[in-house]
Design a protein around this ligand. Structure first.
Ligand SMILES: Cc1cc2nc3c(=O)[nH]c(=O)nc-3n(C[C@H](O)[C@H](O)[C@H](O)COP(=O)(O)OP(=O)(O)OC[C@H]3O[C@@H](n4cnc5c(N)ncnc54)[C@H](O)[C@@H]3O)c2cc1C
Length: 387
């Protein structure tokens, strides 16, 4: 058993940490409040190769795995810059194309993922289907060589920043029964694709959208993979990276909040010469949160290691557990940090309450804590499904 990162991974972590700190949480918050995106940070991270760490070298990437991408997600979040689009573009979309795209799709898209110049967002959630993907109602039908896509998607992050949205649909003849998904690369400016921005109570430079697909016409090569049979494995290929990287982002956010709070409580004095952190009523909750975050990091490390070793089934269990643990730990850490800072905790200046919405959402998305508990109950504990 080895808990150490390799030298290269260590160097990556230090370098990403330095980049994250150069921008910092104030930058993230200023952008979010202005309704702008973190373009400068994204572009610089792309130029430095951090957004393409998991892309094969033959396409200009770093040739690493999800372990490396999780390091990037965690360290940027630990610097106060949790970038949600890292989870959808390099983790989900790039993995799907790298593992299940055609040769042509790999050549066309992977170089852009490698340097971050291509952002692709991911659309699976639908208003009616919700957590039940078997009910997906977005339908793809053949029209000559083309495809026509119709349906609705909701809460889709980053559509306004992306060139493509990777849409999960089903074919017309597979509209009932078990999900047989078909994945499509849909240009965000495709005729028939419209969007409306959702008002979310999350301070984030990334926005969520409702998407309407009204007979969106796509060429045959918009279908991911050589045939419709590629759909299900392609969809599953994206799930483990999604869970692991979103967990890493949560762990990084937890670390950030605990660090901010610890700095504050070590120096703030309101009872004579003692710091408020000397009172165990203040320090123990922070220490408890630190334990939870560290436990989540261990699980993330395990999940990423299993995934990169090609042990997908075990990575599925570990990735779900890591996502659950990190989601809970991040929410606890931020809430505890806010409390430890008192009134300062609720200000923008001290930069912890600014994360409350994001960590709360992390217990719902991209997979809710309840659906993870269902997964563990059924697949680890052998319990029957109630739904
Ligand atoms: C900030 C944010 C960003 C997002 N970005 C994206 C994105 O980029 N792309 C995308 O496709 N989606 C995105 N989503 C959607 C997200 O993945 C869904 O919100 C999530 O999967 C839950 O689906 P739902 O909202 O339809 O909840 P529902 O399915 O309606 O569930 C509501 C509640 O009931 C619980 N529940 C449902 N079924 C069960 C059950 N069988 N057992 C126990 N509990 C159950 C759920 O856990 C949840 O708490 C985003 C959501 C948020 C909040």
């Amino acid at each position: 058993m080895n808990f150490d990162l390799t030298l290269e991974q260590d160097q990556l972590r230090d370098a990403v940490r330095a980049l994250g700190r150069k921008y910092g949480h104030d930058y993230f918050v200023t952008k979010a409040k202005a309704g702008e995106h973190t373009t400068e940070l994204w572009d610089e991270a792309g130029r430095l190769g951090y957004l393409g760490v998991n892309i094969p070298t033959e396409y200009g990437g770093g040739g690493g795995g999800i372990t490396e991408l999780a390091i990037v997600c965690e360290e940027l979040a630990a610097a106060g810059c949790p970038l949600l689009l890292l989870v959808v573009s390099p983790a989900i979309a790039a993995t799907v194309i790298a593992k299940h795209g055609t040769d042509g799709q790999r050549k066309r898209f992977l170089p852009g993922f490698a340097d971050g110049s291509l952002k692709v967002v991911f659309a699976i959630t639908e208003p009616e289907a919700g957590s039940n993907f078997h009910r997906l109602g977005t339908v793809a039908r053949r029209d000559g060589d083309d495809w026509l896509l119709s349906g609705r998607k909701c809460y889709i992050s980053g559509v306004d920043e992306a060139r493509y949205v990777l849409v999960v649909a089903r074919t017309e003849d597979a509209s009932t029964g078990k999900l047989k998904p078909a994945l499509f690369m849909v240009p965000t400016d495709a005729p028939g694709l419209t969007r409306s921005k959702l008002d979310m109570e999350i301070l984030s430079p990334e926005n969520q959208f409702l998407l309407y697909l009204d007979d969106v016409r796509l060429p045959a090569d918009a279908l991911v993979g050589e045939s419709l049979d590629a759909g299900l494995p392609a969809l599953f290929a994206g799930l483990n990276p999604e869970r692991i990287t979103v967990a890493a982002m949560g762990a990084g956010t937890g670390r950030y909040a605990i660090e901010r709070a610890s700095e504050y409580t070590a120096t703030r004095k309101v009872w004579g010469g003692r710091s408020i952190g000397s009172h165990q009523g203040v320090s123990h909750p922070l220490a408890h949160a630190a334990v939870q975050v560290e436990l989540a990091r261990l699980m993330i490390h395990k999940a990423a290691t299993l995934y990169d070793a090609g042990r997908d089934l075990e990575a599925g269990v570990a990735g779900n557990m890591a996502k659950y643990a990190a989601g809970e730990a991040a929410a606890l850490a931020v809430d505890t940090a806010v409390q430890a800072l008192g009134g300062a905790g609720m200000t923008t200046e001290y930069g912890v309450a600014t994360l409350l919405g994001a960590v709360r959402a992390g217990r719902i998305a991209p997979v809710s804590r309840e659906m993870i508990l269902n997964f563990v109950a059924q697949h680890v504990l052998g319990q029957d499904k109630s739904y």
